[in-house]
Design a protein around this ligand. Structure first.
Ligand code: NAD
Ligand code: ZN
Length: 249
């Protein structure tokens, strides 16, 4: 309770809050995280299924893994996403920087969302650059087949997400860095803070003088830079923080 109050105090006093989220914020929506207990990496080799090299070597293995994620990816936001959207409506949160590709921030009403790793919204053919929607391949997926380009026949149909070995979208990364440098409070939610360059952003915020808050189910490698650390479930803690902020304003 003490920590929740401290976090709320920082947020209520701030004019420009930036929220940085990882897979953990969507865990309560039923989307598995990569690391941590029950993480997908316990069952899949990330180098093989989620790298651009692995995808090109074996699109089929990539799709097997993605199919397990896919149904879960079209999930609903949880109270943590809604709490952040509410802080934006209150004029406190100015940007959400996310490593997630599930589009749940937008679905919950957040407007300024910087997607560092792209999103599942569209798919592209890596050979002829034709763009597709998921529905375009619904029949293929139903038959258990992997998607193939209608235009050029290529098997390299890739969701517009950043795989290991691929660069981040530079304009989005630039904006995320600017936001991290100018915010007066920076809140991390559900990230193990080990995926770079995304994990550099909290350090940028810290060295620019922001107050630092982290809400995560377990300790992280970066815990020492935070003023307030709350170990627990994002969907339970964030709504409580928002309630406290409302009492203070
Ligand atoms: P991660 O999987 O490395 O770490 C998730 C962290 O969230 C863990 O430290 C875990 O303890 C914590 N966590 C789990 N449940 C939680 C809860 N209910 N509340 C609060 N914290 C909770 O995630 P990451 O740091 O985001 O990095 C992994 C990469 O995988 C990212 O680049 C991301 O693009 C991708 N990814 C995305 C999704 C998605 O879009 N939902 C899902 C899995 C992985
Ligand atoms: Zn093509």
């Amino acid at each position: 309770m003490e920590e929740i109050k401290k976090a709320a105090e920082i947020i209520a006093k701030s004019k420009h809050v930036v929220v940085f989220t990882g897979a953990g914020i969507s865990a309560e929506s039923g989307i598995p995280t990569f690391r941590g207990e029950d993480g997908l990496w316990r069952r899949y080799d990330p180098e093989e299924v989620a790298s651009i090299q692995g995808f090109k070597r074996n699109p089929k293995a990539f799709w097997e893994f993605s199919m397990e994620m896919k149904d879960k990816l079209f999930a609903d936001p949880n109270p943590a996403h809604y709490a952040i959207a509410e802080l934006e409506r209150m004029g406190i949160v100015k940007a959400v920087i996310t490593q997630n590709i599930d589009m749940l921030h937008q679905k919950s009403g957040s407007r300024r969302v910087l997607e560092l790793h792209g999103s599942m919204e569209k798919l592209d053919c890596l050979d002829c650059h034709e763009t597709y929607d998921w529905d375009d391949f619904a029949e293929d997926f139903n038959r258990g087949e992997i998607p193939r380009c209608r235009k050029c026949g290529s098997w390299y149909i890739k969701p517009r997400v950043v795989l290991f070995g691929e660069p981040l979208p530079q304009r989005v990364l630039f904006e995320a860095m600017e936001e991290s440098k100018k915010c007066d409070a920076f809140i991390v939610v559900g990230s193990s803070l080990v995926v770079y360059p995304a994990a550099e952003l909290p350090y940028m915020a810290k060295s620019s003088g922001a107050k630092m808050i982290i809400i995560n189910a377990e300790p992280t490698v970066a815990d020492s830079i935070f003023d307030v650390r709350i170990i627990g479930k994002a969907g339970e803690i964030l709504p409580r923080i928002v309630d406290e902020v409302k009492k203070m304003r």
